[in-house]
Design a binder for this molecule. Structure first.
Ligand code: PLP
Length: 438
């Protein structure tokens, strides 16, 4: 296989592969040949420090040997099995997920990824309440399937024939407040008052669920102000509305806790997960179901299913991932390194470089908000973001760039040395960008 080159792989891709969220004609995708831990490399031997965790999913890093061995062992034993059968790996995976979830959750429904997990959570909420509407936030992403993409708040929210009864509200984000708020407390109170009005206007008895990312990720790593999630829960309870927390990006260690919801006192009725549960080694997602909703479905039919629900290879990878994360203190590492040197280093970058308007985050889940003017907070234009992205990649740092932001989201296993290396590259590139602004 030594005659494989970056050019050959890229040509093959450009001839035959149709890419997500892209105009196809002008693409030039980066070639990745292999990886280990927080590093990736191409066929020319150029290495990259992965500060994207791909799509914020490789929480345990690339090519974890125990997870690979578990997938291989499961493949030897039973590669696939229908969801109706009982299977050891599936039961063990569900048991381990529930052991890490808050008290009061009884069962797991497995899906293939995050979007279909949201679809099924919404379907469960509609079935249990007998109501139709789903409220979700404008600053959100919930996946690219019928209802999940319409529940999504960002402009990718394309109307389609599979989604009905969706309404949106503004979630809190003080730096770009939609509520003219001057501090976190005002932002929280006004966002809750706004949600209260949306519920009243949509008709409380028509609303099945409020669907919220525990910490909106793609929208910019927006940590909810103190009291907001608890306020949402209270509003929902006043009207018999269920609450769904989408933990697809924020869950399984990303924020320095198993679930991001542990940062709040509010508990949802359904928890949606994917990505970090097995770091995406095999596609998997699911819904963690409260005891009460489990009881409802004891004698009510659930109208939903997938051929690969609880696929053995995915389940074996979940078991091995969660065991390895516990044994190796991966969540603790995300907390220690992420809330320590990474957070401190990003704060320093924000102080030093005029192009950084704000840094925010928890664990290994941060965003640098880049602006062309700190006073007006005008987002840095796309062309300038493109230059920054190219410069970071040229220097060997793989970033996760969304709109005018760099999301700093390394694997949860990132070491202090790797953080120092990544921060040094960011420092150089942000320094160059700030100089261009001056
Ligand atoms: N929910 C959240 C919060 C996400 O970040 C994503 C993907 O980024 C999804 C759902 C959709 O997950 P998937 O792409 O696995 O369908």
């Amino acid at each position: 296989m030594t005659d494989i080159s970056n050019d050959i792989v890229q040509q093959l891709d450009r001839q035959h592969v149709f890419h997500s969220w892209s105009t196809q004609g002008s693409l030039s995708p980066m070639v990745i040949a292999g990886g280990k831990g927080c590093r990736l490399w191409d066929y020319a031997g150029k290495e990259y420090l992965d500060f994207s965790s791909q799509l914020v999913n490789t929480n345990i890093g690339h090519q974890h040997s125990k997870v690979i061995a578990a997938i291989q062992a499961q493949a030897e034993q039973l590669t696939t099995v229908a969801p109706a059968h009982a299977n050891l790996a599936r039961g063990e995976a569900a048991k381990r997920i529930l052991a890490r979830a808050p008290a009061g959750f009884g069962k797991v429904f497995f899906t293939n990824a995050g979007a279909d997990a949201n679809e099924n959570a919404m379907r469960m909420a509609r079935a249990v309440t007998g109501r139709d509407k789903i409220l979700s936030a404008y600053r959100s992403y919930h996946g690219n399937t019928g209802a999940a993409i319409v529940a999504t708040g960002d402009p990718r929210r394309v109307p389609n024939e599979f989604a009905r009864g969706h309404a949106h509200f503004f979630n809190p984000f003080l730096y770009r407040s939609d509520f003219w708020a001057g501090n976190e407390e005002e932002e929280c109170q006004r966002a809750l008052q706004h949600l209260k009005r949306v519920i009243e206007c949509e008709g409380p008895s028509a609303i099945a669920a409020i669907l919220l990312e525990s910490i909106p990720g793609t929208a910019g790593v927006l940590i909810p102000p103190k009291g907001y999630m608890e306020g949402v829960r209270k509003l929902a309870d006043q009207h018999g509305i269920l609450v769904i927390f989408d933990e697809v990006m924020a869950g399984f260690g990303r924020t320095g806790k198993w679930f991001a919801l542990e940062h709040f006192a509010a508990k949802p009725d359904l928890i949606v997960f994917a990505k970090g549960v097995n770091s995406g080694y095999v596609p998997a997602g699911g819904v963690i179901i409260s005891d009460e909703i489990c009881r409802y479905f004891d004698d009510h039919m659930f109208f939903g299913g997938l051929t690969y629900s609880g696929h053995p290879l995915a389940m074996a990878s979940i078991v091995a991932t969660l065991d390895a994360m516990s044994e190796e203190g991966v969540v603790e590492n995300a907390d220690r390194v992420g809330n320590g040197p990474l957070a401190t280093g990003l704060q320093q970058l924000a102080q030093q470089h005029a192009v950084v308007g704000e840094t925010r985050g928890l664990g290994v889940f941060h965003a640098l908000e880049l602006v062309s003017d700190r006073a007006t907070r005008a987002p840095l234009p796309a062309a300038e973001m493109g230059k920054i992205k190219s410069a970071l990649i040229a220097k060997g740092l793989l970033p996760f760039v969304v709109e005018n932001r760099i999301h700093v989201v390394p694997p949860c296993i990132v070491s202090e040395a790797e953080v120092a290396e990544g921060l040094a590259i960011l420092d150089t590139v942000l320094g160059e960008a700030s100089a261009r602004l001056a």
